[in-house]
Design a protein around this ligand. Structure first.
Ligand code: FES
Length: 111
């Protein structure tokens, strides 16, 4: 796993937000909800909505297109959806917020 910095310390100190960040060339949805950070895939599995354009509701990220909801801890869609999103580990360090990404075997081979 590689850890990639996605927010500076100053950026982490803002009020709650949902926004897109790039980590190792990958678009990720970064969430600060009730002071807690989450990182999830940026594309909705239902029909490609952009989750970083959504909002949080009761521990879920809500897609702005058809309002499907995904749990910020498990990634599971709410009852009846039958789908899920990828959740990435986050770590708040002295210099900012980091997201943990699995390194693809191709990158491992050539790094
Ligand atoms: S595209 Fe996200 S709920 Fe339909």
């Amino acid at each position: 796993m590689i850890w990639v910095k996605v927010l500076s310390k100053q950026e982490t100190e803002r009020e709650d937000f949902v926004e897109m960040a790039k980590a190792d060339g990958k678009k990720i949805c970064i969430i600060k909800h009730k002071g807690k950070f989450s990182a999830v895939q940026n594309t909705c599995p239902h029909a490609g909505g952009i989750l970083s354009g959504g909002w949080c509701k009761e521990g879920n990220i809500v897609c702005p297109i058809h309002r499907y909801e995904y749990n910020l801890i498990t990634g599971r869609g709410t009852f009846g959806q039958g789908d899920y999103i990828d959740i990435y580990p986050t770590e708040l360090r002295e210099d900012g917020l980091y997201v943990g990404l699995k390194q693809s075997w191709i990158k491992k081979l050539f790094s």
